[in-house]
Ligand binder design. Structure first.
Ligand code: FES
Length: 653
């Protein structure tokens, strides 16, 4: 008699197995992705499967009742105590009795796919560097005088085929008590990076550990630090949080921080201390928000620009302030959190810092490349990650170029007279009636007096505290469209001055968005200096993009991706009216949200992505804006709105 046929879905993998074979064993032999933390002991429930019965013409089988064994004592106990969903079975306990079709639900797959919301975004396949393993360790014996750690290693080799295991002193210091507390059954968190030849044990718990395992994906920007707390088993983002980068007090932009390090002995260490303190605070806060112990955070990945990278690691950034902008290292780094002064997470937590592309193009740009994959694109894509520094990538599957451009903090609302962070009370969207010159706007957190789109007439508004970066972009673009500002950026023609919203202030004019008298709030205006600050920022951004286009020998691109938290909030139309990005059909401009943060998350959840980004970075061509004479020429031409010479045909369509 032939052995029963076992078919797994959705993989379609199939094979014949002797009666009595556990489903988990069949899955492993066929290479089916079925999880297990307890190693088949019937306690973790990660191996749950869903058998199907009846006729399956597609597979050419009939599955009779009884094709799987009845519940055994272990499965029955699990069902009684913890409860199995209807129809579900424990793959490690149920055995094959006849031809069977077995579905592996997504939550039982080791390499489960974390589906991201937008169709344009890349899904993440879960394959973390740190995993949980439940093991039963042999008790010590007078006749076998081996150490507890040696017996733990033997158990890992025997039960999980893990060899080359190492552990730190903090781990060893709790090993003996934990083994005894768990009556020789323990769960360990074991870490193996993509370049590691050994597996490092990070943490140990008595019995089966069921409180999860977490990692932090951190985007360390010059102005803000953003972190996602991810479940390392499911990939779910449990909490997201941010802090201002406290290094701002040493200088708003990167070069002023490098200058601070140059001018003040020990200045670099001061900035390193400040950012590490903020990171420890952020770690504690995000763990609290998610309701977990910070000790369950066993990994972190970092993306940052080169100056932030050096200051995070405690490396002197002085060389980054002068040509040839040499990095101490551009390679990715795998470190212990403690040696970086990150003390709020698990004492053995591991840190992976993504590689930098060049002295001016950092790990944040590498993370954008990992997330947006320009090197796999069929069409030519321009990706701009707008922040205090703009990271710009241009490429397709033949070649990818990268540069960074010093836009300064104006896009984030800094250096703008009424500017503020995107927080409640900030104007984030704005429209101006071209006939009356009256604005309507949307304010974060104030929807009481707005229409269904969240917009309100300026006269109806209250509680306004300032204007966010996205709001200032829209204000300028709308001022240009409404004829309040000319192509050179000058506010107000002679006839307009003295009309209700345009006021002369010395030798320049100001546009009044909200005068604040009615509600006792602040006066929100756009001054000529504000326009100049945005013009400088947008010229730097455009010039960087144009430089890459020159290098590539093209006059246009096929599509544009706006990345960065800020990029998610600006409208493509307004960005193009201002000439922040080159002309393309508007429907070809998309937003990727915080792509650098997503890159950090991919590297956190998928260990092979770390090797992928290292290979990608090696292939990217770096273009240095600071020494490229054409940059200045592009910068000057981009000062006009939208541009002095480059055509913008899609603005008129
Ligand atoms: Fe743990 Fe089946 S493998 S319950």
């Amino acid at each position: 008699m032939t052995d029963p046929l076992v078919i797994f879905t959705p993989s379609g993998k199939r094979g014949r197995f002797p009666v009595g074979t556990p489903v988990l064993t069949a899955a492993r032999q066929l290479g089916v992705d079925l999880d297990s933390v307890c190693g088949g002991r019937g306690i973790c429930s990660k191996c749950q499967v869903q058998p199907s019965y009846g006729d399956f013409p597609k597979h050419g089988v009939h599955v009779a009742e009884g094709a799987l064994s009845e519940f055994n004592a272990v499965e029955e106990r699990y069902d009684r105590v913890r409860g199995l969903k209807t129809g579900r079975r424990l793959g490690c306990q149920a055995t094959v009795q006849g031809d069977i079709v077995i579905d592996v639900p997504p939550e039982s797959q080791v390499h489960k796919q974390v589906i991201r919301k937008a169709a344009t975004q890349r899904d993440i396949i879960m394959d973390p560097a740190t995993r949980l393993y439940f093991v039963e360790v042999t008790e010590p014996d007078m006749h076998d005088p081996t150490g507890d750690f040696e017996r733990l290693k033997a158990a890992l080799k025997d039960q999980w085929q893990i060899e080359g295991v190492t552990a730190s002193l903090p781990f060893l210091s709790k090993l003996q008590t934990t083994l005894r507390k768990g009556q020789w059954k323990v769960t360990v968190a074991a870490h193996k990076g993509h370049r590691d030849t050994h597996t490092q044990l990070l943490e140990i718990w008595p019995g089966l550990h069921e409180d999860g395992l977490y990692g932090l994906a951190i985007d360390l920007g010059s102005t803000t630090i953003a972190a996602h707390l991810c479940d390392l088993v499911t990939g779910e983002v449990k909490a997201s949080s941010g802090r201002m980068n406290p290094q701002i007090r040493f200088g708003e932009d990167l070069m002023s921080r490098v200058s601070y390090a140059m001018m003040n002995a020990g200045g670099d260490q001061e900035m390193t201390r400040a950012v590490r303190e903020a990171l420890n605070d952020l770690t504690q806060g995000i763990a609290e928000e998610a309701g977990i112990s910070p000790a369950l955070i066993v990994e972190a990945t970092f993306v940052c620009n080169p100056v932030m990278h050096h200051l995070l690691l405690g490396l002197d950034p002085v060389e980054l302030g002068q040509a040839p902008f040499a990095l101490a290292t551009s390679e990715s780094l795998s470190l212990n959190a403690r040696e970086m002064g990150l003390e709020a997470m698990n004492p053995n937590a591991r840190v992976f810092v993504l590689p930098c592309i060049a002295g001016h193009v950092g790990a944040d740009a590498a993370a954008v490349a990992l997330s947006e994959e320009p090197g796999k694109s069929e069409d030519l894509v321009l990706i701009v990650d707008v922040g205090t520094n703009a990271e710009i990538l241009l490429g397709d599957k033949t070649r990818v170029l990268a540069c960074s451009s010093p836009t300064g903090p104006a896009f984030e609302g800094a250096q703008i007279s009424s500017g503020q962070r995107a927080a409640p009370g900030a104007i984030e969207k704005l429209e101006i009636n071209p006939d009356t010159k009256e604005p309507r706007f949307r304010v974060i957190g104030c929807d009481l007096w707005s229409d269904e789109d969240g917009f309100a007439e300026a006269t109806a508004a209250s509680g306004i505290t300032g204007i966010a970066g996205s709001g200032i972009i829209e204000a300028l673009a709308e001022m240009r469209s409404a004829g309040i500002m000319d192509p050179s950026g000058l506010i107000g023609s002679a006839e307009q001055v003295g009309t209700p919203r345009i006021e002369a202030e010395g030798r320049t004019n100001t546009y009044i968005i909200h005068d604040g008298t009615a509600d006792g709030g602040p006066r929100i205006t756009v001054t000529q200096n504000d326009v100049r600050a945005i013009q400088l920022a947008k010229s730097a951004l455009y010039a960087g993009a144009r430089l890459l286009m020159d290098e590539r020998g093209v006059e246009t691109v096929d599509r544009v991706v706006l990345a960065g938290a800020f990029g998610a909030h600006i409208s493509p139309k307004h960005a193009m009216i201002l000439g922040m990005i080159p002309d393309v059909p508007l429907e070809k401009v998309t937003s990727a949200g915080n792509a650098a943060g997503t890159g950090a998350r991919i590297a956190l959840c998928n260990v092979t992505a770390r090797a992928e980004i290292e290979a990608t970075v090696r292939k990217i061509t770096k273009v240095e804006t600071a020494i490229e004479p054409k940059f200045q020429e592009h910068f000057v031409n981009a000062n006009a709105i939208p541009h002095k010479t480059d055509p913008f045909p899609h603005l008129s369509t």
